[in-house]
Design a protein around this ligand. Structure first.
Ligand code: NAD
Length: 490
């Protein structure tokens, strides 16, 4: 651990010295106002670096750079864009350790997951790069009098606004397809975890991405973020974050008719029937809530268990949660690190009192771990009902709420009885039941007898308050491109 901490300090020394600046038109840029804010590590609340506090003027500069770079980048042949983006993927792989270590210190996420997240960032670039050569392709639609030819073209400069959980991986998931489609980007990373966004812009340019194609402006949502969503030069906003922020962005973007793509909150059920493979179901339920500190949009934060096996399953989940190693994110054995920030820690911990007031039981956890840093014990609430705040609200920490159900209809009513509809996990050996349940579950993504395993060509996104639109495969290109139709007489 000490070696890892020393290594992380080495990686971050430049930020400590020079700060995390904006990145505009290939240049390191302080905020026009000269203002900075401080990013702290949730490990011990130490100050990691000053960060440029960008505002409207910085966004305007970044949009000007993205606009200027758009004609050349969008006209660069797809095969050429592919080559550059593959080089970006290779460069990410070469610096994966630096990215992972920096991310661990900035976010508190455990190294065992962040090293994979950095590599997944490279995979996102490779996957979308490979589609760049055919992204503009369309089809011919013929009727007796006309030939219609469709094709796609990049929509223009786009804004990408990302949250603080796994920021590197998430931003590549948005930025890679935008660049592959021929768009230029202004990225506004989350204020709690700004470091790896700057790394990505530098890595991409060193790998050959032309200047101005990817720009980064740090700052707060209410000024830098707001201006980006209102800017007439920005054609679309890809946003990942809270549902209520999504509503604000939609309103802010209305005057300029922004195209929006939203990946928002979740309160995802894992539903375990008594005919399930209980060992695997328990393992998956534990993994899907406690990995990544539970700060994961697709985490299974509601455990719905058939009443016949409820006591056994909750006992086993509580035992497993009690055994999880909570510790320094750079300790290779750590599963749960500190949550992102003292403000978020306070929010997560507020649910412990709420659970007790509402009449639920804290079966395990329910407390801070240690004196220093934002460490929270993996927690399980039992005896919960679906009307409780702990069953309805996104807690976004290592906290699971268990609710018993009687039968299929009861499970469905509870599962669908929340404002969110991002993901659902179903455990049963009965194929008919799996078909019926998945047909009726209100969620954009469902996994049957599996934890969340991503397949990049498949659609990713939510229903209800969990989002608008889908990413992945060609869905990403549909968002970042305009489809045009040209009609000829026959
Ligand atoms: P957040 O909504 O508070 O902030 C996200 C980003 O939006 C930040 O960069 C922030 O500065 C910016 N922002 C805030 N107000 C803004 C405004 N008025 N205009 C423009 N930008 C603004 O979210 P968070 O707390 O950083 O992240 C956690 C949330 O993200 C959770 O709700 C989680 O479920 C969600 N999330 C969803 C997915 C998904 O794929 N569905 C993935 C990861 C995280």
């Amino acid at each position: 651990l000490d070696d890892n901490i020393a290594k992380a300090q080495g990686f971050m020394a430049r930020f400590r010295k020079d700060g995390v600046m904006n990145h505009i038109d290939g240049q390191n840029a302080p905020a026009m106002s000269g203002e900075t804010f401080t990013t702290i590590s949730p490990v011990d609340l130490s100050e990691l670096a000053p960060v440029a506090r960008g505002g409207a003027a910085d966004i305007d500069n970044a949009v000007a750079a993205a606009k200027a770079a758009f004609p050349a980048w969008s006209k660069t042949p797809g095969a050429e864009r592919r080559k550059i983006l593959i080089k970006v993927a290779e460069a990410i792989e070469a610096r994966a350790e630096e990215i992972a270590f920096t991310e661990c210190m900035d976010t508190g996420q455990a190294l065992r997951f962040m090293s994979k997240a950095a590599i997944r960032g490279a995979a996102n670039f490779r996957f979308f790069a490979d589609q760049a050569p055919t992204a503009e392709d369309g089809q011919a639609l013929r009727n007796p009098t006309q030939m219609n030819v469709t094709s796609r073209r990049a929509i223009g400069p786009v804004g990408v606004i990302t949250p603080w959980n796994t920021p590197f991986m998430l931003s590549t998931w948005k930025i890679a397809p935008a660049l592959a489609a021929g768009c230029t980007v202004v990225h506004k990373p989350a204020e709690f975890s700004p470091m790896t966004a700057k790394l990505l812009a530098e890595i991409a340019e060193e790998a050959g991405l032309p200047k101005g194609v990817l720009n980064v402006v740090n700052g707060f949502g209410e000024d830098a973020g707001k201006r980006l969503t209102e800017h007439p030069g920005i054609k679309a906003i890809a946003f990942v974050g809270e549902s209520r922020t999504g509503s604000m962005i939609m309103a802010q973007g209305a005057a300029t008719l922004k195209r929006v793509h939203f990946e928002l909150g979740g309160k995802n059920p894992v539903i375990i029937f008594d005919d399930a493979d209980i060992d695997r179901a328990v393992d998956a339920a534990v993994f899907m809530i406690y990995s990544l500190n539970g700060e994961r949009c697709t985490s299974s934060s509601r455990l719905l268990v058939q009443d016949t096996i409820y006591d056994e399953v909750t006992r086993r989940v509580a035992e497993a949660a009690g055994r999880i190693k909570v510790g320094h994110p750079l300790d290779p054995d750590t599963v749960v690190g500190p949550v992102i920030h003292p403000e978020h820690e306070e929010k997560v911990m507020s649910y412990f009192a709420k659970a007790q007031e509402e009449g639920a039981t804290i079966a395990v956890g329910g407390a801070k771990v240690g004196e220093q840093g934002c460490y929270i014990a993996p927690t399980l609430f039992t005896q919960a009902t679906n009307d409780m705040a702990i069953a309805q609200e996104e807690i976004f920490g290592p906290v699971l709420t268990a609710i018993p159900f009687k039968d299929d209809a009861d499970a469905l009513e509870i599962a669908n009885g929340v404002q969110y509809g991002l993901a659902a996990y179903l455990w049963t050996r009965d194929l008919d039941r799996a078909m019926r349940m998945t047909d009726a579950l209100d969620a954009g993504m469902m996994w049957v007898n599996s934890e969340n395993i991503r397949h990049l060509p498949s659609p990713f996104g939510g229903t209800k308050a969990s989002g608008i639109g889908r990413d992945g495969g060609d869905w990403s290109f549909d968002f970042y491109m305009e489809t045009v139709n040209v009609s000829f007489p026959r």
